[in-house]
Write a protein that binds this ligand. Structure first.
Ligand code: IVH
Length: 678
C-alpha cells in the first residue's frame, strides 16, 4: 500500500513536471488546465496522506507552504551586479570600443535580450534541485525567499524533467528576473480593488511586493513569471558561450529572457534597435530597453568588471515610458481642418512624472487595425514632449462586449456630414462654419507659437464662439473691452488686458501669421522658411506652385497645400479682414540690418530637454544668433544641440557623422552673450 502510494507520487511528480515544461518552456501544453489541476490535486492528497514522502522539490510546493515569520539573509558568492545604461548609439559604440581595448580585438559576438522590468533574483540548484532562492538585496546579501520563488510557476524545482540536458551541474546559480505580465498585474489589481485594498502602480512594484510576502500561498496565487538572464556560479568548465548556457536553460526547463538574438558586432546591434523598440510594445511584460552582453565567456573574463558593473554587458534604454490604464470614454475632437480625432478619457495614471487622463487615439484606421475599444485596458506611452497616446489594447483582458470604435455618423459639434479622406484613415467635417472647427482655429491662432495672445485660452474661446462673438480670428480685432466684460467671470481688468493682448498680436510678423492661419502641413518651422523667402503675405499669395517649391525645404506637398489655401475664397477673405484690422502682413523689422549672427548659415536641430529653456526659448536663442532651426536631421544639418533624454534625432545625426553637442559645450563654444565663437 505504502509502496504503491510512493510509486504513484513519483509518477505524478514526473508527469506534472513534464506538463509544466510543455506549458512554460515549449508553449505547447498537452492537457487542459482542468486536467492539470486534477493531477496536482491528486498529488496534494497523496502527500497529505503520506507526509513521509513529502519533498522540497515536489511540484506541490508550487501551491505554497505555511507562512514564515520573516526572511533569513543569504550571501551571494558572486555578487549580483548592476548594469550601466545608455540611450544613444554613440554610447554603445564607446562601450564597444572599451571592450575591444580590454580584449585587444573585437568581441566575437553579442547577445541581445529584452530588459525585463521586474526584480532580480538568484536561484541555487544543487545536483539539479532548487535549494535556495534569494533577492539581490545590496548585491552581496539579500533575503532568502526560497518558499516564495518555489511558488513561481515557471521556476522549476528540479532541472531537466525530460532528461534532455545531460547530467545536472553540481552547483548552478541561475540569475534572472521575477516579473509580472501585464495581464497578471491587471488581474491582481482587480482582485485587490475588489477586496478594498490598495492596487499596485506598476508590474515591477507588484512583483517586489509579492516576493516580500510571508505567505507563499498568496505568492502562488499571484502568477509571477521568471526569465533567466545569467549565472552566478562558475560555469566555464561546462559552457563556452552564453548562447550555450541559454541552450542548457531551455533543455533543463528554465525559461530564458526572450526574444534573444545574437549579433556579430555592435553595428548589427545598433541596426536592431529600431525594430526592438517597436516589438517591445507587443511584449506581454513591461520592458524599457534591451540588454546587450558579450557571448563568449572567456572574452567576458578578459573584458572584466568595473566596481559596480560588468564591462561586458550594457543596457540600452528606450525613450518612451509606458503605463497601463483603461479607456473610460472616447471623445471626438474636431480640428481646424475638420478632421475628427478620437481622444480617450482614461483612468488617471502616472506616466513619466505627470498624471495622465487623456490620450490620443490618432485616427479610426489605427483603432480599427489595433482593435481598440471603449472599456479596454490599454498601454499608454509618452515619448519626449509629445502628448500621450494609446499604443495598444490588452485584448486578453477584455471582458465586456464593447463594439469596435466607429467614427460618429455626423459631426459631434455641428451635426454636419462627415466625409472620409482619400486614404480612408480619417473623417472630416466639411462645414467651414462648424463651431468645433472655429474653436480649433482660434486656439491655434492665439497659441504661443502663433500670434501669442496672452489670456485667450480654451475656456474663453468656447465662450466667444458659443456666444456668437467670434466666428473667425479676424473677429477678435473688432472686440472691445465691453464685449469681454459681458462674458462669464470677466472683470474690467482682465477685459482690458485681453484687448491689449489682441492689439499686440497685430505685430507678430509674417512667419507667425503663416503658422497661425493653420495651413495644412505648415508648422512653425515651415512658416518661418516661407516667410524668410517671400517677405510678405502678398508675395506668398501670388506665388506660383513652382516658386513655392523652390523655397528652401518646402517640398511639393507643402507647396501644394499653401497654394491651395490661398486659392480658397474664404481664406482670402480672412486675410483681407486681418489686413484691414491692422495685422502686419510682412516680415518684422529685417534682421539683415544688424550684423549677421555667429550661427548665420548654420542649420541646427534641437532634441531633448535643455535645462532652463523651453523648446521655444532655445529656438529663439538659436535664431537670434542667426541659425535656422530645423525639426529633423538631414544632410543640411550643421549640428544637433542635444539636451537631456535626447533620442533618435541625436542618433541619426551621429550615424550621419553630424556633430551632436550638449548645451554646456554649446555655451562654451558659441557663447551667445559674446555672440561669437571663441
Ligand atoms: S543581464 C550583471 N539581462 O537589469 C549584469 N539583466 O542587470 C548582467 N535585467 O536589475 C545582467 N532584464 O535584473 C540582464 N535580459 C536581462 C535583464 C536584466 C532585466 C535587470 C537585472 C538587474 C539589471 C541589471
Amino acid at each position: 500500500m505504502k509502496e504503491k502510494a510512493r510509486l504513484e507520487i513519483e509518477r505524478l511528480r514526473r508527469e506534472i513536471e513534464r506538463h509544466n515544461f510543455m506549458y512554460y518552456v515549449e508553449n505547447s501544453p498537452e492537457i487542459s488546465d482542468r486536467e492539470f489541476d486534477g493531477l496536482m490535486q491528486r498529488l496534494i492528497d497523496l502527500e497529505a496522506a503520506h507526509p513521509e514522502f513529502r519533498s522540497q522539490d515536489s511540484p506541490t510546493m508550487k501551491v505554497g507552504g505555511a507562512p514564515v515569520e520573516g526572511f533569513a539573509r543569504i550571501r551571494h558568492e558572486t555578487p549580483m551586479l548592476s548594469i550601466e545604461f545608455v540611450r544613444t548609439a554613440e554610447k554603445l559604440r564607446e562601450f564597444d570600443g572599451r571592450a575591444r581595448k580590454k580584449l585587444g580585438r573585437a568581441p566575437s559576438g553579442w547577445v541581445v535580450e529584452p530588459k525585463i522590468d521586474g526584480v532580480a533574483v538568484s536561484l541555487r540548484y544543487e545536483r539539479g534541485v532548487l535549494v535556495r532562492g534569494g533577492t539581490r538585496g545590496d548585491g552581496n546579501e539579500g533575503d532568502d525567499i526560497t518558499a516564495n520563488l518555489s511558488a513561481v510557476r515557471d521556476i522549476p524545482l528540479r532541472l531537466d524533467p525530460l532528461g534532455r540536458a545531460g547530467q545536472a551541474p553540481e552547483v548552478l546559480e541561475v540569475r534572472g528576473e521575477a516579473y509580472m505580465t501585464w495581464a497578471a498585474f491587471e488581474n491582481l489589481n482587480l482582485k485587490l480593488r475588489e477586496a478594498g485594498e490598495q492596487a499596485f502602480a506598476n508590474p515591477r512594484n507588484s512583483t517586489a511586493g509579492t516576493l516580500k510576502l510571508l505567505d507563499s500561498r498568496t505568492v502562488a496565487a499571484r502568477k509571477l513569471s521568471f526569465a533567466a538572464h545569467g549565472t552566478g556560479s562558475p560555469v566555464g568548465e561546462r559552457f563556452g558561450t552564453y548562447t550555450e548556457i541559454r541552450e542548457y536553460f531551455r533543455n533543463a526547463g528554465i525559461p530564458a529572457a526572450s526574444p534573444a538574438e545574437r549579433c556579430k558586432d555592435m553595428e548589427e546591434v545598433i541596426s536592431l534597435i529600431g525594430r526592438r523598440e517597436e516589438e517591445r510594445r507587443n511584449l506581454p511584460f513591461p520592458s524599457d530597453g534591451i540588454v546587450i552582453k558579450a557571448d563568449d565567456l572567456d572574452e567576458r573574463e578578459s573584458i572584466g568588471f568595473a566596481p559596480k558593473y560588468p564591462r561586458w554587458a550594457i543596457a540600452f534604454k528606450f525613450d518612451a515610458e509606458a503605463a497601463m490604464s483603461s479607456i473610460l470614454s472616447v471623445d471626438f475632437q474636431v480640428g481646424q481642418s475638420g478632421q475628427v480625432t478620437p481622444v480617450a478619457n482614461m483612468e488617471s495614471v502616472e506616466l513619466g512624472g505627470t498624471v495622465v487622463s487623456r490620450a490620443s487615439l490618432h485616427n479610426f484606421e489605427m483603432t480599427d487595425r489595433k482593435d481598440i475599444r471603449r472599456g479596454d485596458r490599454v498601454i499608454v506611452e509618452k515619448a519626449g514632449e509629445i502628448i500621450p497616446y494609446v499604443v495598444r489594447s490588452i485584448i486578453e483582458l477584455r471582458s465586456g462586449d464593447a463594439e469596435p470604435l466607429r467614427p460618429p455618423d455626423a459631426c459631434t459639434v455641428c451635426g454636419g456630414p462627415l466625409t472620409p479622406d482619400e486614404a480612408r484613415i480619417a473623417v472630416s467635417c466639411g462645414n467651414a462654419g462648424c463651431p468645433g472647427r472655429i474653436k480649433a482655429q482660434l486656439r491655434l491662432y492665439a497659441s504661443r507659437g502663433a500670434m501669442d495672445i496672452e489670456g485667450l485660452g480654451d475656456r474663453l474661446i468656447d465662450l466667444l464662439v458659443d456666444g456668437g462673438l467670434a466666428r473667425s480670428p479676424a473677429d477678435l480685432y473688432a472686440l472691445g473691452a465691453a464685449d469681454f466684460e459681458s462674458l462669464e467671470r470677466m472683470g474690467p481688468k482682465s477685459a482690458a488686458a485681453l484687448v491689449s493682448a489682441i492689439e499686440a498680436s497685430k505685430g507678430r510678423g509674417l512667419a507667425r501669421l503663416l503658422f497661425a492661419l493653420g495651413i495644412q502641413h505648415v508648422g512653425a518651422e515651415a512658416a518661418r522658411k516661407i516667410a524668410a523667402r517671400f517677405g510678405s503675405l502678398a508675395a506668398v499669395m501670388s506665388a506660383g506652385l513652382s516658386e513655392l517649391e523652390d523655397a528652401e525645404a518646402v517640398g511639393p506637398v507643402l507647396a501644394a497645400s499653401v497654394h491651395d489655401f490661398f486659392r480658397d475664397g474664404g481664406n482670402r477673405a480672412l486675410v483681407d479682414r486681418l489686413a484691414s484690422a491692422g495685422v502686419a502682413m510682412g516680415n518684422e523689422a529685417p534682421a539683415a540690418e544688424s550684423e549677421p549672427g555667429p550661427l548665420h548659415g548654420k542649420t541646427v536641430v534641437v532634441t531633448g530637454r535643455i535645462e532652463g529653456h523651453t523648446r521655444e526659448s532655445i529656438e529663439d536663442l538659436l535664431r537670434g544668433m542667426g541659425a535656422s532651426v530645423a525639426g529633423s536631421v538631414s544632410g543640411k544639418t550643421s549640428f544637433v544641440l542635444a539636451g537631456e533624454d535626447a533620442g533618435s534625432k541625436a542618433e541619426k545625426a551621429r550615424g550621419m557623422g553630424i556633430p551632436v553637442i550638449g548645451y554646456e559645450e554649446f555655451l562654451t563654444s558659441w557663447n551667445p552673450q559674446k555672440g561669437q565663437k571663441p
